[in-house]
Design a protein around this ligand. Structure first.
Ligand code: GLA
Length: 385
């Protein structure tokens, strides 16, 4: 059922606004957004949708369709504290964003809302950033305030840090906000500037969700950030951005094996992003594929954020191979589960999908959630008649 219809059934009245906040899939530039690196994600045609109407100031009522919550949840904007009960953890993305606007002096509107999703949740496709951004747009739709896309992303990132407890970078929130139809975003996380590169003609994006739930809050993500901070401290540098590989080679003993490999990933991945952008401009698909493959191997071996399911899917994609239309494949997002992204010739996309589904079932005995997607515009409100 559409989110507008569910709203009518839930609240016996029509919604006045619908917000569409897409997920994102990152093509390259993994685990370097928090290291001043550049990243190249796209917003995808799977999204969090919110239907809403205004309510008296301070009164919020939300029904998260499909989350197993039987009836709308009510709360007041007087209590935007972090929710600690596990069954309310989804609310943190919402109250976290409301709290950020309230702290910035915004008079929060009351509202009724239904939230539904065509985006798999917890699949490394930024469902949390999509929800945060959707709520930010909801606040802005019903109040006088309007943030630009970068400031809104920063608000959502703070909510994620403080309420979800994940010390994430800015890629997800900015990709969800600044995505553009048919375009890959090139986002510079050092100064938050961005530009766009067209998705190559005749190439499709295939997402494959392992169903292995990543829990970035469980400490591994934070541990990677801390490894990088420690490596920089040992090197006496502020940032890996612009650093020559020679620097870590010369300090290999001081870094030790683990921090050396973390540093190798950071420097290598930054270079791969620049090369990927160049290959996109040159239409060099062979190079795009080689860079995605090298990126995956570095995430697996140097950064240690992959898992057997992701590795098997990437391996299967390269077994399918360029002769049958593969351009490139790698894990995407934070890792420890989640999804892979493959670029594939459009007329071969459904064959690759079938191939991956078959291989996955053979190897792991369960279904793969695999879908062909495309680059779409970032989060926006849609008028309701
Ligand atoms: C998660 C984080 C992002 C980014 C990726 C890895 O998605 O939210 O900020 O660090 O992991 O690239």
């Amino acid at each position: 059922m559409s989110v507008l219809r569910t709203f009518e059934e839930t609240f016996d009245t029509g919604a006045t606004v619908k917000i569409v906040a897409p997920g994102r899939i990152n093509l390259i530039g993994e685990h370097i957004d928090y290291l001043d690196g550049e990243v190249m994600p796209v917003a995808i045609d799977r999204s969090i949708e919110i239907a809403a109407s205004p309510a008296p100031a301070g009164e919020c009522e939300i029904f998260p369709d499909g989350l197993g919550v039987g009836s709308p949840v009510r709360f007041s904007t007087d209590d935007l504290s972090r929710r600690t009960a596990p069954e309310e953890s989804w609310l943190n993305y919402i109250v976290g964003v409301l709290h950020e606007y309230q702290s910035a002096g915004v008079q929060l509107p009351g509202f009724r809302a239904v939230i539904s999703s065509t985006l798999p949740i917890g699949a490394g496709l930024s469902s949390s950033a999509a929800l945060e951004t959707g709520i930010a747009l909801l606040v802005e739709s019903f109040s006088e305030v309007e943030q630009d896309v970068v400031d809104r992303a920063l608000i959502c990132q703070r909510a994620e840090h403080e309420y979800a407890g994940v010390p994430c970078g800015i890629m997800d929130q900015l990709a969800v906000g600044a995505g553009r139809e048919g375009q890959v975003l090139r986002l510079d996380c050092r100064n938050l500037s961005f530009s766009y590169y067209p998705v190559p003609d005749g190439v499709s994006i295939l997402a494959a969700d392992t169903g292995v739930k990543h829990a970035l809050g469980d400490g591994e993500y934070k541990a990677r950030r801390e490894d990088c901070e420690e490596a920089l401290r040992i090197l006496g540098e502020d940032s890996f951005r612009g650093m020559d590989l020679g620097v870590i080679e010369r300090n290999r003993d001081a870094l030790g094996d683990r921090l050396y490999r973390r540093s190798l990933h950071a420097i290598g991945e930054m270079k791969r992003v620049a090369d990927f952008a160049e290959a996109l401009s040159a239409g060099d698909e062979e190079q795009l594929g080689a860079l995605m493959k090298a990126g995956h191997e570095s995430l697996r071996d140097n950064y240690e954020v992959s898992c057997p399911e992701l590795d098997a899917l990437v391996e299967a994609a390269y077994e399918f191979g360029p002769d049958r239309g593969l351009v490139g494949s790698r894990m995407t997002g934070g890792g420890f589960g989640g999804s892979t992204v493959s670029l594939v010739k459009t007329d071969s996309a459904s064959n690759l999908k079938t191939f991956l589904e078959k291989r996955y079932r053979e190897k792991f005995g369960r279904a793969l959630n695999c879908f062909i997607t495309s680059a779409v515009d970032g989060a926006h409100a849609v008028p309701v008649d």
